[in-house]
Design a protein around this ligand. Structure first.
Ligand SMILES: *Cc1c(COP(=O)(O)O)cnc(C)c1O
Length: 379
């Protein structure tokens, strides 16, 4: 059996045609494919606006900035997430404040978030761990009550559903990532969806150096037609039309990709049910985007199980080391023991291969390997 990655993109001839079409057109960046892609995402989520970015991390940076996060502010977020969720606060001179997770789902515990709110808190961030929506209603209610901005890091959950509706309508701003392992890909890419016009305008400015050409916004009204002004310190965080064209083509297949991931997850549930491991929440079968299939083994054996699976050509991963345990965060003063449930969850977890085109044969191979490793006396 050839190497099986934990995730990978699904690219078809239709995607390749869409990209080459842009390459033959007048615009390969700042052209019409961007708007087309943004409209497709906004329509899918039922959101008023979508702003595309060069990747999910730059999109988060822009969203935190649009929320008004700045020097000395605090942003409350789950500990069990990718480092980028925290880094986006650091870029703005703000402090990431980590909240513990639910012991079973890996998603953030809303009561833990509430306890971390102080007078300095500006925003709370929810992460849809492994593609399963966080408790968005409770997070939103908490943000409203405390007059905070609610940002959703939905990097893993495009195509997921929450109370029967697509993820992307529940937070003030929601980010999706288009890295090759995510629901759809543009190579690198990200987006923020929002219903708020003020955030939309700030995001658009932040993406292009903090500049505007909008005559209604210019502070100096008498200038010539070439005039544009920089109002905030933005950056060049734009997606190219080459990538956006791939995104438009991929969006047409999003629901199919998620359905394929779900079918593969369902297959794992039945193949793995007798093994001495903790499985994801089966109740999320229909709602999750199934970005990852995370199993948990005894933390004392996890690294050996992991190494042996890799040795058999199975591309397992660990999602995640709690953010504050990274050496960089430790150098900022964060300490082990801050979020004990996230630490325990992280210590036992292994993401096994899951992507739209994984075959039943590949899944059976993974399960056979895992079964043999767990049964071996040398473990
Ligand atoms: C992938 C991911 C990101 C970063 O997205 P990029 O597009 O890779 O920059 C941020 N947060 C989470 C939870 C992710 O999974």
């Amino acid at each position: 059996m050839a190497f099986i990655p934990y995730s990978r993109q699904t690219i078809g001839e239709d995607d390749i045609r869409a990209v080459t079409k842009v390459l033959r057109s007048p615009f390969i960046t700042q052209g019409p494919a961007i708007k087309e892609f943004e409209s497709a995402i906004a329509r899918y989520c039922g959101a008023r606006y979508a702003v595309a970015f060069s990747n999910g991390t730059t999109a988060l940076h822009a969203a935190y900035a649009a929320a008004g996060v700045g020097k000395g502010d605090e942003v409350v977020m789950p500990a069990l997430t990718f480092a980028a969720t925290g880094n986006a606060a650091l870029y703005l001179g703000a402090k990431p404040v980590f909240a513990d997770s639910d012991a079973e789902t890996g998603n953030v515990d809303v009561r833990a978030v509430e306890k971390k709110i102080t007078r300095r808190t500006k925003a709370i961030v929810g992460v849809d761990y492994a593609g399963a929506p966080a408790d968005l209603t409770a997070l939103r209610a908490l943000a409203r009550k405390q007059k905070l901005v609610f940002i959703e890091d939905g990097a893993q959950s495009l195509g997921a559903r929450y109370k029967g509706r697509p993820v992307g309508m529940q937070a003030d701003m929601t980010m999706f990532s288009f890295h090759p392992v995510k629901s759809i890909t543009t190579g690198e890419g990200g987006v923020i969806v929002t219903n708020n016009k003020k955030y939309f305008e700030l995001l658009m400015m932040f993406r292009t150096h903090g500049m505007t050409k909008d005559p209604k916004k210019l502070r100096d009204k008498k200038k010539a037609a070439w005039h544009q002004e920089m109002h905030v310190l933005g950056n060049n965080y734009r997606l190219t039309d080459i990538q956006a064209a791939l995104g438009v083509s991929q969006m047409k297949k999003l629901d199919r990709f998620v359905a394929q991931r779900r079918a593969a997850a369902e297959r794992y549930f039945s193949l793995l049910k007798t093994l001495p491991i903790a499985l994801p929440q089966r109740s999320t079968l229909k709602s999750s985007a199934w970005h990852l299939f995370v199993v948990r083994v005894d933390p004392r054996t996890r690294d050996r199980v992991f190494t042996q699976l890799r040795g058999k050509g199975i591309g397992v991963q660990v999602h995640y080391l709690p953010v504050y345990l990274h050496p960089y965060y430790r150098s900022l003063g964060y300490k082990k023991g801050l979020c004990p449930r996230a630490e325990t969850f992280a210590a036992g977890c292994i993401s096994i291969p899951l992507f739209p085109n994984i075959t039943p044969k590949e899944q059976a191979f993974v399960v056979r390997a895992l079964t043999a490793i767990l049964a071996s006396k040398s473990l």
